[in-house]
Design a protein around this ligand. Structure first.
Ligand SMILES: [Zn+2]
Length: 408
């Protein structure tokens, strides 16, 4: 379907590629903007006056004077899993420490057991329900990690579920192998990393089911040295890199990510001062996950400091059954503005083009500009300032993916 989108209150284009530092403050807003979509792609962008001249006779999509943005890219999720951990959530509310819960077979181990026991079809069905709701928040691109198998069979089952989901629904999914999410019971971190490096990573690369490799680089989980060994092997095998870095302890994972040319370093609640600069000077995207900090009652990642230092910041949900059982992007948006001290435009940049880049999709998604997929959201409000103002409320009205109306 070809059409000219007009009557746009405010058009956020996020054009011009990945944005770092001060450039994040410019989300490419056009007053009374318009754009022309042909064969699922953006063919022209400008003001209504300009485009009406060159697209005479085109079918019109009337956006009702509303705010229009690119579709959101959620670049960090653990979407494919079985079971739930609501009991653990209640224990945490009663003040039980996370490690105690782990000792009793809770935490990641509980999800690993449930995921190993589930069929691929069960995993697909559970994730499908969540993806439908994510689409209603405007998510048109979404990274999905494995990591609840910690063995060959289940990790490949999770990645295969992502492939099936990609074929069955509209949101574009980007698969990540997170074999090194936790140390399997009865094993040492060192021997498990040996097996990942020798057997699992080559298998995953050969399967073609993952684009990225990720590791939980954290004190008490996988050390800096182990993370480096795992990530270097993944890189050799042609996988792009991500890492869970500096979430609970300032171990230096962000610096390692920058040094190895990782696409993103994620979490960063406890990032060291020197690594703020390492990220700012590298091509690695700093991905912050405010919903996780919110759910755990932790201090937020220093997004302001990262942006002021010149880093490219992305914001993602970290949806998972343990620490952050939500993908409520409207709430994440408000947290960014209220607690992470990001401006509305910086938050939009972080959730669109920078998020797409953290998914490895900056060339095809994340902005409304010529040549990109026509992935966009029409809101029920007129201007971007309403997004955090209506705190946590979903103002998404209609969502388009590749020029097709997929929600609303
Ligand atoms: Zn995570």
């Amino acid at each position: 379907m070809n059409f000219l989108a007009v009557n746009i209150g405010e058009l956020v284009t996020a054009a011009g590629g990945v944005k770092r530092g001060a450039a994040m403050g410019d989300a490419g807003c056009i007053k009374d903007g318009a754009f022309y979509v042909s064969e699922g792609k953006i063919e022209a962008v400008g003001t209504r006056g300009e485009l009406e001249k060159i697209c005479r006779g085109a079918e019109i999509l009337d956006c009702g004077g509303a705010l229009v943005t690119p579709g959101f890219a959620d670049s960090h999720t653990h979407l494919v899993f079985a079971g739930e951990r609501s009991e653990e959530f209640s224990m945490r509310l009663r003040g039980e420490p996370y490690m105690k819960i782990m000792e009793r077979g809770g935490g990641i181990a509980a999800t690993v057991a449930a995921t190993r026991a589930a069929s691929e079809e069960e995993l697909v069905r559970q994730a499908e329900g969540h993806l439908e709701k994510m689409l209603a928040f405007g998510v048109t691109t979404c990274e999905v990690k494995s990591g609840y198998g910690l063995d060959e069979e289940t990790e490949l089952k999770q990645l295969s579920a992502v492939k099936t989901l990609n074929e069955r629904q509209k949101t574009e999914l980007v698969p990540t192998y997170l074999g090194a999410h936790a140390v399997p019971a009865g094993e040492t971190a060192e021997s498990y990393i040996d097996r990942c490096v020798e057997r699992y990573l080559p298998k995953v690369a050969e399967s073609g089911l993952a684009e990225f490799a990720d590791i939980f680089c954290e004190k008490g989980v996988f050390s800096l040295e182990q993370s480096e060994r795992y990530l270097k092997r993944a890189k050799e095998l042609g996988l792009k890199l991500k890492l869970h870095a500096d979430e609970m302890f300032p171990l230096g994972g962000a610096g390692l990510g920058a040094r190895l040319g990782a696409v993103s370093a994620d979490h960063l609640l406890k990032i060291r001062e020197e690594d703020v600069l390492s990220l700012a000077r590298s091509g690695t995207i700093a991905t912050v996950l405010p919903l996780t900090a919110f759910c755990l009652g932790e201090e937020y990642a220093p997004a302001r400091k990262l942006i002021d230092a010149g880093a490219a910041v992305a914001v993602a949900s970290d949806f998972n059954p343990g620490s952050c059982c939500t993908y409520q992007l409207p709430l994440a948006f408000a947290l960014c503005c209220i607690y992470l001290k990001m401006s509305v435009e910086e938050t939009l940049t972080a959730m669109t083009i920078n998020g797409a880049a953290a998914c490895g999709r900056e060339k095809t998604a994340g902005s409304i500009e010529v040549g990109k997929q026509a992935d966009f959201v029409i809101f029920s409000c007129k201007k971007k300032e309403f997004l955090p103002y209506f705190t946590g409320m979903n103002l998404v009205k209609t969502v388009f993916k590749k020029g097709e109306r997929v929600y609303g």
